[in-house]
Design a protein around this ligand. Sequence first.
Ligand SMILES: [Cu+2]
Length: 187
Amino acid sequence: MKAYLALISAAVIGLAACSQEPAQQPAAEAAPAAEASAAPAEAAPAEASAEAAPAEAAAGNCSVVVESNDAMQFDTKDIQVSKACSEFTITLKHTGTQPKASMGHNIVIAKAEDMDGVFKDGLAAGPDADYVKANDERVIAHTKLIGGGEESSVTFDPAKLADGSYKFVCTFPGHAALMNGTLTLVD
Ligand SMILES: [Cu+2]
């Protein structure tokens, strides 16, 4: 019995020794990774505040909040974009509770006549690509795909809307018929 216990404790010590080694290794590896990620993290807030400054200065008419819900609806059918804005920001909020896998929403902006193609290619790109084809030149701007309780913003130059008529849709499968509207460039 004693020998048996000794074997077990030897095994436990052995296990502990084994489990310590691999644990130390990733920790040592993780250190440089943490340093590397710390550097861009420091740079990021500086960039963000530089971008936030003009948006604040033009608060009110150069940004809009669009709400979406679990009933597959946007709360607006027309987004008015002032020509006077150098940048325009759309913030999409999802006021529902369903996850993005079943009730995901995004806002994708494109020329009205391009929208069918944008939508079709977005479907093929799938949820991991936010249902937007990568580097689609027809897409003026788009938010991320979000689920209940989340939000996503996108900023673009209103001058991009000068040539033609533009629409916004949610490219989540089956949503565009209900979730769509127009962007109107105003003075
Ligand atoms: Cu949607």
